[in-house]
Design a protein around this ligand. Sequence first.
Ligand SMILES: Nc1nc2c(ncn2[C@@H]2O[C@H](COP(=O)(O)OP(=O)(O)OP(=O)(O)O)[C@@H](O)[C@H]2O)c(=O)[nH]1
Length: 699
Amino acid sequence: MTNEASKSVNRHHYPDSHEAELAEAQSACATEPVHIPGAIQPSGGLISFDADLTMVRQVSANLGTLLGIPVEHALRSSPVALLGSDLLKRITRELDERSKVPGTLTACLGAEAQGLHVTPYRSGTRVVVELEPLPAEDEPRLLSVLNRWLATVREAATPDQLLEWLVEEIRDLTGFDRVLIYRFDERWNGSVTAESRGEGIGSFLGHHFPASDIPPQVRALYDRNCLRSIPDAAAAAVPLVPDNDPVDATPLDLSLGVLRAVSPIHQEYLANMDVASALSVALHDEDEERLGALLSCHALATPHRLSPGVRDTVRALVQITVPQLRLLRTRTESQLMQKVQVSRELLHQSHERWIDPDLIVAQRGEEWLDLFAADGVALVHRAHQGIRGSVPDKPSLNAMVAWLSARPQAPVAWYSHCLKETPLAAWHGPSSGLLAVPLPIDTAQPSWLLLFRDEEIETRRWAGLPEKYIASRGEYSVLAPRRSFAEWQEKVRDHCRVWRRSERRAASDLAENLAALIASQEIHLLNARLHEVNERLERLASLDSLTGVWNRYHIEQTLEKEIASATRYGRDCALLLLDVDHFKAVNDDHGHEIGDKALMTLVARLNTMLREADHLGRWGGEEFVVVATGTTARGAQDLAERLRQRVAESHFEEVGPITVSIGVAACRPGDTVKTLVKRADQAMYRAKQLGRNGVYSVD
Ligand SMILES: Nc1nc2c(ncn2[C@@H]2O[C@H](COP(=O)(O)OP(=O)(O)OP(=O)(O)O)[C@@H](O)[C@H]2O)c(=O)[nH]1
């Protein structure tokens, strides 16, 4: 049956009354103690000893056929009588090894000297020894398979290619009908990403399986023991005798072995899939040490038993592959990091002012879209937003940022592949996915780098309906495995392509860099502003408020400096003291305001006559000074005369003509501000005495 549906994944609808029952059944399934089934598969036998290998505690009910000793007899036998002292010594040595997974041994036991594969391991306070018959003939080609694979893995260019080769190699080695890689997503849903299958065998490639197909405690078992072998899925389990340990009455934990009996629910599941034999090996992901994928082998219709040697070779092939996969993934990741690094360096090389997000995104946004395979980017800093590409509108962005920043654990990165299923649903706009990374700048008002992805409509082929069915077992509800593995299609909407870990890391790096850049630029700008304000304040403190020329305080300082440098370098310098004639009459006739205006006009006139290097200041009232740098006594007298003339020729609106009297004094060796000003003042006084509107020089 092929069915088209256009709803989101993971939203399965049950009648209301079913929901509670389903939840109960799901939790029952998730807690089924699969590691202590009290039974093994019939492909081998088991003996449990005490920790010192001095006493037999439990045996599997089929031990008689394997070793030719009746079970009752075996339970009363000494370990030496059962396994022989040589094998016991080798087992002890193996268990003393520090390796987490004990190695395997081979031995010949029983009346018929049956060749056996021996798997010893510790289980709590006990030692368990699992025994499996070995095939009569040798398997010399296994080593050459491993050697060839060691060379092959290095040739793969991408993780996908390596997995393709792995499934081919393993199907070739084992003769299974189908070998596939079953990859877990973040919610533990599985999808088949690589597959090798025999002719006429149905494909599972691209199929999805719901997380409940492999419950949490089963996944946890793969963390302890990466291999799970089920040679005959339909075979009846062989119980342990007695059921529990006779000393402490606890069940035997078979997690680390290969013979652990199959849960009836799993047997049913495999039967529904038409799987007669199964072998799975875990592939753990990089540094997260998380179960990332399973290599899964199936024989259909009839059981396909592997020899222990071939089975262990499959495990070894996977174990050789995993580090190489990590290497290839790291290589892809480091290529992305390298590109981001280049982008970061370019940011720093720029001399622009990188405070305005708009400017930053305008310059670099396109490149980021490309690097992160994003459709839109927004950089939000304070009240500003820089945007590029397909992003929600500005109010929505603000709302998103407010939500992101208000989370109790904020500011930390946040991402979603389906915004519609998050609290940001109301504002997602054209985007389906978001990767939001905070810029560690200002905790009171966090800034964010937001990368958006559009919807990527995907057609998922589910291996059967993703829902589980509930079955009644006695008075309890349990999850029954799905009966149909026929293909069922579902259109997955509102999702974007997943944000990879490497992309998330690279975005965090970029955000950190942006933060450092913006913060340093802000400090730089603040310093510049502070400098500007200080300068303005300083100027204000030095200027005369009415006329805008230097005030007396400043002009005295200037004069002091000029005298000092004239003395040191033997330069010329002169002082002109200029007093308006009969200014009292101006005030009296026209009022103080008109008087003020006349003083401003006077300053404007004087300024047009002076050089850059001259300093004009107000000495007080209607008295002004000009510090004429690099000017001799003669030059100063000429300048004074020009100024006098210019003023006398000017018209001061309602006041009419105004004249000035100017005293001139040139700087002499040993002069101070006081002595120089005094001489200029005397000269000015003399000019007044001589009838005003004149220049008098003391030199
Ligand atoms: N409007 C105005 N008048 C000022 C200011 N500062 C000083 N004065 C006036 O300038 C006048 C100076 O008068 P006096 O010192 O008697 O001298 P004068 O009238 O200019 O006469 P001589 O200097 O002898 O030619 C005073 O009436 C002051 O009030 C000012 O900032 N604005």
